[in-house]
Design a protein around this ligand. Structure first.
Ligand SMILES: [Fe+2]
Length: 484
């Protein structure tokens, strides 16, 4: 078979574009062996544990540079905090698909936007596992995840890649990068979507100290995409999106996912509520279309009602950002997301939603002790101004408390680009909201990155400490904080 030219992508829906400089945030990071990080300020003595994040960091790959943010190979970034010191490490994930491409010397697999170099490799809808989106710990094991493939296991001590795993056959296909923990059940849940003649939503349970199992497989009405889900103490809630995949074209190898993923408002959103104790009795109903990448929290309201906090978008125009953001280009068509609270009555099949604040936000987080069972502050990234918002990247961390409607926001300075703020609980806390926020920040002015440590209750105190890597690290989607 001869190599074919890459299929050209559809035009971006915008009339104006702005070039920005934070695109260096997507430069490939240098590998960093475990190294003591320099600390500006003072680390709280109670902050003991490990921050581990994952994001697309390697774009110069066999067959040529990938342009779409989703198409970079995963690189994990670690900061281990202990007794007022921190050790940093940066290590690429080296999964089987990455090794295969290196050996072949070409794009051996289709990715999100870049089809495989050769036609024969495009057939069958096989997607590269870039292991670039997040990480999960379970029973002492560590996994890098990307929703297009199975988990990739890493050595939790060295971060060396051990290989892909289907966990003894439990995971028949893909595995989302967004697990949800239900502390009261000592169990982590996750899902994957298997596309086929009838596409299936596979739901998995990972009990502490027990064996992984598939809870249920729910047939979907269409081959739809979904990025995240949310759990309460008793229910798992899925909003299947009006993003339809043209499976026939995928199987025939015509284009990659981006060319075959279509915003289809007529599909609406299908709400699927799976009772954890009776998964076969799931409730499902359709509502008007919208887009959600990430959920914040959910809790039982009594009776058959659930509260679901999520970031709501009018459409999937955020996909334009991932196409061009690495080049510093932002489409004016990209729509902002708003934090919403939905009230879902799974028995009456009703859905009501309203915004909790007016700011443009993403990457919501809550204190783990509040997750799934109660409402509490929600921590998100946002923009300090309209100009920054138009330029597309996040420079502000927000705290919104739905209990009292209060809002706090902090911008860390000129061209300090923040990532998702993870909550690290204070082990001495007398209140669940006492703790610190950890955001890995790219200081564009110095082309260097640091972990900002903030008081989760008082953002106005500014960073209590900045923990500097000796280099710039790439932009990371998601991560986890593991207390010591
Ligand atoms: Fe995500």
């Amino acid at each position: 078979m001869s190599a074919l030219p890459a299929i050209s992508a559809p035009p971006i829906r915008s009339t104006q574009q702005q070039r920005t400089h934070w695109s260096r945030h997507f430069d490939q990071p240098k590998v960093l062996e475990p190294t003591r990080l320099s600390i500006e300020g003072r680390l709280p003595p109670g902050l003991q544990g490990t921050l581990l994040r994952n994001g697309p960091g390697v774009f110069d790959l066999p067959g040529g540079t990938r342009t779409n943010i989703f198409d970079g190979d995963g690189v994990v970034v670690r900061a281990q905090f202990s007794h007022g010191q921190a050790i940093g490490q940066v290590r690429p994930v080296d999964g089987p698909d990455m090794k295969t491409e290196r050996k072949a010397g070409r794009a051996r697999f289709s990715a999100f936007e870049r089809p495989a170099d050769r036609w024969v490799d495009r057939l069958g809808a096989r997607i590269k596992n870039a292991a670039n989106t997040s990480v999960m710990r379970w029973n002492g094991r560590l996994f890098a995840m990307c929703e297009g493939g199975p988990p990739t296991e890493l050595d939790p001590n060295t971060l060396e890649t051990l290989g892909e795993t289907n966990l003894n056959g439990v995971i028949p296909g893909a595995f989302s990068a967004h697990p949800a923990r239900v502390a009261s059940r000592h169990t982590t849940y996750n899902f994957g979507i298997r596309y086929g003649i009838v596409s299936q939503l596979d739901v998995f349970a990972f009990p502490d100290g027990g064996d992984a199992r598939r809870l249920i497989s729910v047939p979907l009405d269409a081959p739809r995409a979904m990025h995240d889900f949310i759990a309460t103490d008793h229910h798992l809630v899925f909003f299947t999106l009006p993003l339809k995949i043209d499976l026939a074209r995928m199987v025939l190898g015509i284009g990659a996912i981006h060319h075959n993923l279509h915003w289809t408002p007529s599909l609406g959103v299908e709400v699927i509520v799976v009772p954890i104790d009776r998964p076969s009795e799931c409730a499902r109903f359709s509502i008007d279309p919208f887009m959600v990448w990430h959920f914040a929290n959910a809790f039982e309201m009594g009776g058959t009602k659930l509260a679901i906090d999520y970031v709501r978008f009018p459409d999937a125009s955020g996909l334009d950002f991932v196409r061009t953001g690495r080049q510093g280009m932002v489409s004016a068509a990209v729509q902002p997301g708003l934090l919403h609270r939905a009230t879902v009555d799974w028995k009456r099949k009703t859905f009501e939603t309203q915004p909790l604040c007016e700011a443009s936000v993403e990457f919501p987080q809550v204190a783990p002790s509040n997750a799934g069972n109660t409402t509490g502050p929600i921590y998100m990234v946002s923009h300090s101004s309209e100009t920054v918002a138009r330029n597309g990247f996040f420079d502000t961390i927000m705290r919104v408390d739905p209990n009292d409607g209060s809002e706090q926001a902090i911008t860390l300075g000129d061209r300090q680009w923040v990532t998702e703020a993870l909550f690290a609980a204070n082990p001495q806390a007398t209140h669940p909201d006492e703790g610190w926020l950890l955001s890995t920040v790219y200081d564009e002015t110095q082309h260097q990155s640091y972990v900002a440590v903030l008081d989760a209750q008082r953002l106005d105190r500014g960073p209590l400490a900045k923990v500097w890597y000796p280099q710039a690290v790439h932009w990371t989607f998601h991560g986890i904080w593991t207390p010591q």
